[in-house]
Write a protein of this length. Sequence first.
Length: 295
Amino acid sequence: MSQIAEERAPVARRLTARPLRWQGPARRVLAHLVLLAGSVTMILPFLWMVSTALKGDQALLAFPPQFVPNPVLWQTFAEVFQVQPFALYLGNSFFYAVLATLGQLATCSMAAYAFARLRFAGRDVLFTLLVASLMIPYQVTMIPVFIVMKYLGWIDSFAALIVPNWAGGAFGTFLLRQFFLTIPSELMDAAKIDGSNYYGILWRIYLPLAGPALATLGVFTFMWAWNDLLGPLIYLNSPDHYTVSIGLAFFQSRRYTVWGQMMAGALISLLPIIVLFLVAQKYFVQGIATTGLRR
């Protein structure tokens, strides 16, 4: 009897350890329910913003709140451009965001290539100091940078916002360096044998292969520059230079806030970011997935 029990014990353990057939579908259903609940939670503020932009003043203050506007006021989007030069603000933000993005892509790619593939004295120490600068809050450097911009005569000019982005950035350099380390160094050795210099290797090999990482950095930089409020608020004084973020603040005053026009302006300002993300979504997701922490 004891011998039979010993022979049946492994079979019993396998049967006990085998998952039930319903556990797989149940886990998938549970995972989809959790994701659905998270997506609804994330999209509700956006839907409420759309609803607020299409309501009148009385519907905004109604209790209980009305989620579906009745009547729907599409003219709110036209009023945004009538009460403020919103088209000018959109153009200024686009000008600032595009040039800042191009500056980050150009300078960070060269710095990342140097830190990833070139060997020079103090390379690791300099890279450590560069990454450590990410821990310094912007409020610490805000006043010294403002004094420098004042001496350069760049106050009330887009140069104070754009030129620093052409001096490189710690986050962009780190992101691209980590991606460049995933590219086999044998490609660089083969290019050297063919007679290519370091600039040719960067332009012909590393940049074409770094499309996902460049798209990721481009989306991040464009979103940051487009939504930047503190920088334009500090350096820009003329109304002709105001950006979208400052223009949206004009819909709010001490006594009254025009919620409908503010939400309509916010929706209009979201369109370039949504379009950019949809265009670069494939490369953006791939860049996040393939950029790892390597040394």
